[in-house]
Design a protein around this ligand. Structure first.
Ligand code: NDP
Ligand code: MG
Length: 389
């Protein structure tokens, strides 16, 4: 296939978006931006549109979209699409080869399904999509023969380790977790942890939601569930380990006991580039790990008392049905309340645990079933967060 691969980037103004722009700028002969989308930050979108000559833009928020159209900030001839429909429309552009979904939360679900239906390749950073609707997204991808390229660093790492190995030979997959901002805090101190404390991630520079999820390890829980769908594994084949350096991103253990690991510096440009250029390997944006300097790899088990969200996520994964969607929805509400200073840090697992205990579990027959469970969990969690101040 000649010519650069043409990318639609959903979440262009975010943290993954910024790393993606660095990758695209490094490979102008191989990658082009065909479309960009965000929630409301149209000023940043207009800068990106100019710098990368993008003429297709989608803005979720209606008021921001109106402002953008009236602003004159975009290059002449730019089409500015609005709302959820706009996001889905930009994901099916005839001029696009691949859609990278990097919006926070579940707003990427419909566009991801639209991209699959339109025969686009899909690169997934937004883990919430497979956690909520893995069954339906994977079914749609299988039916269309769509390739899903994982961008989340651990899943991208697993994808790389599994290449050329039949799934029947895999015994177990271990995802590494940095342990987040509080990994070395005494347990008593966590009671008083503030949003500012939680947002100080030791290794990765990421959006606010995923940084808090790293501090609770909910992020790793979501990733175990995500891995289950991406790699067609049973819950008991998936586990996590704390690895404070964030240089080893996964371990894949085969039936004979041999393990493969994937290593790269803790920057998202590595997995993003791998997914966008796949299967080609080209020079990276940043230098690799320098083994001529002192490099250490430590591993330690996850302490479930310190990280109760890990236990809840594992239970939700084992339960299946709508439980993972309930876990995800309640967590989103709780993290938002924590970031807004409305609940203490340790209320997050209580709210999620209550949601899982309260919502009846069942096997969803349609996406509508999942969305209903999601909405119910959100309502309960919102009420709970008022009581758990
Ligand atoms: P950020 O908070 O930095 O950015 C979020 C992006 O999503 C922004 O561009 C935002 O637009 C956009 N967005 C939010 N809601 C909507 C919506 N309804 N419609 C359209 N766009 C929307 O998040 P991250 O980049 O950190 O994370 C994005 C996703 O990638 C998450 O699912 C996260 O779990 C996942 N991920 C992130 C990693 C990281 O290193 N950051 C690592 C692995 C996975 P606006 O600026 O206008 O609000
Ligand atoms: Mg990750």
């Amino acid at each position: 296939m000649g010519g650069p691969r043409r990318i639609v980037l959903l979440g262009a103004t975010g943290s993954i978006g910024a790393s993606t722009l660095r990758v695209v700028a490094t490979h102008p002969d191989r990658l082009r931006l065909a479309g960009i989308a965000a929630h409301s930050n149209w000023r940043r979108l207009s800068e990106i549109a100019r710098e990368f000559s993008v003429s297709e833009v989608a803005i979720y928020d209606a008021a921001a979209c109106r402002e953008a159209r009236a602003s004159g900030a975009f290059p002449e001839g730019t089409r500015i699409l609005e709302g959820a429909e706009g996001l889905s429309e930009i994901s099916t552009l005839a001029s696009a080869d691949l859609v990278l979904v990097a919006v926070v939360g579940t707003a990427g679900l419909e566009p991801a399904l639209a991209a699959i239906a339109a025969g686009k390749d899909l690169a997934l950073a937004s883990k919430e999509i497979l956690v909520m609707a893995g069954k339906f997204v994977m079914e749609a991808a299988r039916a269309k023969g769509t390739r899903i390229l994982p961008v989340d660093s651990e899943h991208n790492a697993v994808f790389q380790c599994l290449e050329g190995h039949p799934g029947s030979g895999v015994r177990r997959i271990v995802l590494t977790a940095s342990g987040g901002a509080f990994r070395d805090w005494p347990a008593e101190r966590m009671e008083k942890a503030t949003p500012e404390d939680a947002l100080k991630h030791p290794n990765w520079n990421m959006g606010r939601k995923v940084t808090v999820d790293s501090a609770t390890l909910a992020n790793k829980g979501l990733e175990l569930i995500e891995a289950q769908w991406l790699f067609n594994l049973r819950p008991e084949q998936l586990t996590a380990v704390i690895h404070p350096q964030s240089l080893v991103h996964c371990l894949v253990e085969f039936n004979d006991g041999a393990m493969l690991a994937q290593l790269a510096p803790s920057s998202m440009t590595f997995p993003i580039q791998h997914a966008l250029l796949y299967p080609e390997r080209a020079g990276g944006v940043e230098p690799p790990i320098d083994f001529t300097r002192l490099v250490r790899f430590d591993f330690r088990p996850v302490d479930l008392d310190r990280y109760p969200m890990m236990g809840l996520a594992t239970d939700a994964m084992k339960a299946g049905g709508v439980a993972p969607a309930v876990f995800n929805a309640a967590n989103e509400v709780a993290v938002e309340a924590f970031l807004a200073g409305r609940i203490p840090f340790l209320a997050i697992p209580r709210i999620v645990g209550n949601a899982l205990g309260r919502t009846p579990n069942f096997e969803p027959r349609s996406l509508a079933d999942v969305l209903e469970a999601d909405a119910q969990a959100r309502r309960g969690a919102a009420e709970d967060s008022l009581n758990l101040k």
